[in-house]
Design a protein around this ligand. Sequence first.
Ligand SMILES: [Zn+2]
Length: 257
Amino acid sequence: MNANQSNLNSNLQSELQTQFLQDYKLNGTKLSVLIYPHPTLSKKAIDVDTTKITPELITLAKNMLYTMYLAPGIGLAAPQVGKSLRLVTLDVSYTRDKIILESESDKLEGVTVDGVEEDEDEEGENYSDSSSDSEKDKESAANIIHKGTSAKTSKYKLDNFHPMVLINPVITNRSGIVKCNEGCLSLPGIHEDIERANEIDVEFTNLRGERENIHATDLLSICIQHECDHLEGIVLLDHLSLLKRNFHKRKLMKRKK
Ligand SMILES: [Zn+2]
């Protein structure tokens, strides 16, 4: 095979491998999400070698998206699933319609997300200015049973996916200030107001190995900044005062027992 053929083949291969992003169907393996203060969450992640996007990397991205949607969250960084790599998955616009089931006897068969409390309004990497709680699109692609430690059990209908995978993301420009109430899959039950840039420019490599640039605003901008923090070993607690940080740390330690 000559060099051109080999290029053609590898292009075709990456085309096929990344097709799942175009017409996304919820599937993959659910990964366990590390809970703070796991040491991997405080480590600076290493660059992905993008000269060759391996099937393993694509599988990791697929499984991270699946794990993120199931939580349900709007962003997930590889260190949160124990891989210290500069890779993040995002989707700030899919529909998550939550249906609270009346009692324990109403529990339905489905995917159970363990260890996530339902005493908060929302869980995961989601932010209060999200508009995804709309009542529209009740027809769903997936149903998720979200079982908490409390008696309340809820079911999610997920649909309208717009998955994004950013490899080696670099924020090249920031402007404006926005304050938003953020949560994190690695910090269950914690929601705090964090100040971020309202608009950013981000450079990243996509799953085909091509470098791309995007301008992100509002929720997408906030989410990218939150996930890029994870790649630096920074969690949202690190944005808080020492007093608040220690308060939340104690809360998480108690939860572990
Ligand atoms: Zn997070």
